[in-house]
Ligand binder design. Structure first.
Ligand code: ATP
Ligand code: MG
Length: 570
């Protein structure tokens, strides 16, 4: 492609509304164009990269026998009603009506329609296992679209769905997908961690996220430097140090202390002159219909995802003021476990052998010397958020905290969708069972942004060879110089003959402008054809390295081919 013909426009200034580097560079390099909040067009340069990422994903999906198909993005409401997600998806789902007032949505994710399709096609154990995927546009009306294509409202996803007879089958499908994901992200040149993830509202029996290390990431991850344990901070397991049973704590009985207007942990510690760790906070929640109380130490935060999974409920929200008042008999801020007439779930750290300060269920009062399991009964579970200084649940080493970008997510769904949508098969003896499902997503645009987050310098993008929009750019330093122009053109034609993806910057621009653009758009190999061409020499530069080398013109093609190969291009 000759740059005089290429539809592109680069920008020198950093756009003010782009907070993270990938967003800035995608705009500056002219890869994308913003149409509305969270909605982007891809210009030819950006689209080529997107297509290459898709290409790698396709190859790896095909290699493990997952079949590609294409579902619509405009979907009727019925199957989402059958699964119950028409209601639970909430405002994130783009909804619309057709001329006959029938409900439709723009698909945010496709479990329902894949399940419905397989239900209608596959009836026998002989049809299983089945594993299908598509690369298709998804729509989510995110509360806060941001960071460019990283969290957008229209994006491309590779979504795959597996259908097996039983858990064992699912485990095998999941494992094959896990390995394929590793190959995909390796080929994309990404540094990533696979973390145990929260399965959130999807419901399921196991889920992992492929997370690219980056400070720009929205996910907080914890990792053990010794044993390799890695998890999202949402899911990370907290272990409680066991307390030595002490008889001293049993000698004192609960005692009400006046704490007027002290409701928050800070106010109570300030007022009583105690430490946060001496306190336990009691928070009332509405879990589905029931009110429950959750307790964590004063310096800890409740992890609602863990609490939900312990309770097995599908909705969880803080109880409203009226409920708190009627159950505790006190204003909000004074709830405590002693005598509380609801189910109490306490964090593992609040075990026996300690004396706690808790709310007294009486406005303006707290109770001290409260001993768990003596003064109140609770069910114990890990329901707190992991915190700095916490040990690895596997080996005890202090965990490290970092941030990451979730680019892929694999779930063991089980029978959640096959049961609600009636997707079952008949076994050898003719009895019917729900299929056991998995689902597997990769955000393609987000992956592209993540690659930039990990591969850039102050001058622009450094595309890995495997996905660079073009592998080589030839820059005649002065296009008005006959010899430079003809050598560049000849070289361009030669490389094309060898199927190299090559750009020729034939624009009549200053050399500096052309070099800046080449760096900004991140073409891996640059050949400068300048004055030295009179001596039969050209300059060879690799975008990933600082130094350039000078080569005889006749060696340049071989050098390019070798470099492409060495850097994993094809
Ligand atoms: P997040 O927690 O970031 O909202 P999610 O859990 O909603 O992600 P999934 O439903 O698992 O995401 O979707 C699969 C993949 O699609 C994600 O791993 C991510 O790469 C991508 N993805 C999800 N939401 C967006 C979005 N708004 N913009 C771009 N990519 C997205
Ligand atoms: Mg989301």
């Amino acid at each position: 492609m000759k740059m005089t013909r290429l539809f592109f426009k680069t920008m020198r200034e950093t756009p003010s509304d782009a907070e993270i580097i990938s967003h800035q560079l995608m705009l500056r390099a002219g890869l994308i164009r913003k149409e509305a909040s969270g909605i982007y067009s891809y210009m030819p340069l950006g689209f080529r990269v997107l297509r290459k990422i898709e290409g790698i994903i396709r190859e790896e999906m095909d290699a493990i026998g997952v079949q590609e198909l294409l579902m619509p993005a405009l979907l009727p409401a019925e199957s989402y009603r059958e699964s119950g997600r028409w209601d639970t998806f909430g405002d994130e789902m783009f909804r619309l009506k057709d001329r006959n007032q029938r409900d439709f949505c723009l698909g945010p994710t496709h479990e329902e329609i894949f399940t419905g399709t397989v239900r209608d096609y596959a009836r026998s154990y002989r049809d299983l296992p089945l594993n299908l995927y598509q690369i298709q546009t998804k729509y989510r009306d995110e509360i806060r679209p941001r960071f460019g294509v990283m969290r957008s409202r229209e994006f491309l996803m590779k979504d795959a769905y597996s259908f097996d007879r039983d858990q064992e089958g699912l485990d095998a499908s999941y494992e094959a997908m896990y390995q394929a994901y590793r190959r995909i992200f390796d080929r994309l040149g990404l540094e990533y961690v696979v973390i145990d993830a929260d399965s959130g509202t999807m419901g399921g029996t196991g889920s992992q996220e492929f997370t690219v290390r980056s400070e720009a990431g929205e996910s907080e991850i914890v990792q053990c430097p010794d044993c390799g344990y890695a998890a999202s901070s949402e899911k990370a397991q907290c272990i409680a140090k066991s307390k030595a049973e002490s008889e001293a704590v049993d000698r004192l009985q609960p005692e009400a202390v006046s704490t007027p207007n002290a409701r928050t942990i800070a106010e109570v510690t300030g007022f009583l002159g105690c430490r946060e760790t001496d306190l336990a906070k009691t928070i009332l929640y509405r879990a589905d219909r029931a009110i429950v109380a959750a307790m964590v130490r004063g310096d800890r935060e409740i992890n609602e995802a863990k609490l939900m999974s312990f309770l097995g409920c599908s909705s969880l929200e803080m109880a409203d003021e009226e409920s708190v008042k009627s159950i505790t008999g006190a204003e909000v801020g004074f709830a405590g476990p002693v005598g509380l007439p609801v189910r109490i779930i306490a964090d593992l750290e609040l075990g026996r052998g300690q004396s706690l300060i808790v709310g007294a269920n009486r406005t303006g009062f707290h109770l001290k010397h409260v001993v768990p399991q003596r003064d109140f009964r609770a069910e114990y579970a890990d329901i707190r958020m992991i915190a700095r200084g916490d040990p690895c649940p596997r080996c005890g080493t202090a965990l490290e905290f970092g941030r990451g970008i979730e680019v892929g997510h694999i779930f063991k769904l089980g029978t959640r969708y096959s049961e609600s949508l009636g997707c079952s098969y008949l076994d050898e003896s003719g009895s019917e069972h729900p299929m056991v499902m998995g689902c597997y997503g990769i955000g393609i645009n987000r992956t592209m942004a993540a690659i930039i987050e990990q591969n850039h310098d102050e001058n622009g993008i450094l595309w890995p060879m495997s996905i660079a929009p073009w592998q080589v750019i030839i820059v005649p330093v002065n296009v008005l110089d006959e010899k430079q122009a003809s050598t560049a053109e000849h070289f361009y034609q030669e490389l094309k003959k060898h199927n190299v993806e090559v750009l020729l910057d034939d624009r009549n621009e200053r050399a500096g402008v052309k070099f800046k653009d080449a760096d900004l758009i991140g073409i891996p190999i640059r050949i400068n054809v300048g004055r030295k061409v009179a001596e039969g020499l050209v300059e060879f530069r690799l975008r990933y390295e600082d130094n350039a080398s000078t080569l005889p013109v006749e060696d340049a093609v071989a050098a390019v081919l070798e470099t492409i190969k060495k850097h994993g291009g094809s």
